[in-house]
Design a protein around this ligand. Sequence first.
Ligand code: CAA
Length: 258
Amino acid sequence: MTTPFVTLEHRGAVALVTLNSPNGLNPLTHELMTALGDTLQTLDEDTQTRAIVVTGSARAFAAGADIQAMAQMTYARAVNENFLAAEWQRVSTLRKPLVAAVRGYALGGGCEFAMICDIVVAGETAVFGQPEIKLGLVPGAGGTQRLPRAVGKSLAMEMNLTGESITAAQALAAGLVSRVVPDVDVVNAALAIGQSIARHSLPVLMAVKAATCRAFETSLAEGLAYERSAFHGCFALDDQREGCEAFLERRVPHFNHR
Ligand code: CAA
């Protein structure tokens, strides 16, 4: 399902999706977001795929929403067409684990898409920022909501109100990314995490993702109730029995994903 905007490769049960704009900056145009959404949705429904790695070019993960299109936008059109809503909603409701492999710029929507991913691996020279304020805009795809949940209020406010970027090292210290590796190793590091995820049971992976996401969306009591229900639900799976038996028999489990 490779398109002019998105390249798709399969590495066993891990899919590698590469954003692919001509100048490598990957502005998140309607066409790119549609291709990305189509590709990710197909992978989300593909029973052979258990983890998805998304990357950009060496120059940029993505430089944000399409400023060319926004220069022409009006309030009436933005409201009437619900600008950005549908395409971003689609990429934020995937059930499978998503790993972002960030090289270069992750700005505006690029940073926001990285935050939609479940794990973020960054290259040493990666740059994260929400520069929308410089364009006279409020971040439109999660910068005011996911960023404070990821890095805390003070740094999120500083990034959102000044529009200034942070380095990969700062992103690591703040908890925005899980690890920083040399730029040349970013994709392989993300693929290795994907392979480590993909050896597990698919329905359990999706349940773990759904339950962990609840930690950012609901109260502790409701989140714990959701987790308990998901935990109990695992006992309906063959893979739960297999996982526990394999441990006791000191062998590698063979999950059938049911
Ligand atoms: N949308 C459209 N075009 C973009 C773009 C974007 N987000 N980012 C860069 N471009 C275009 C530039 O206009 C330029 O086009 P031309 O060659 O036709 O002039 C080309 O890409 C190269 O850009 P630069 O010359 O600026 O490249 P650089 O290497 O000097 O700088 C950069 C790279 C730091 C990423 C810089 O391009 C930049 O700051 N881009 C904008 C980043 C930004 O503000 N992102 C937020 C967008 S708003 C948003 O995302 C809303 C939301 O919340 C969803």
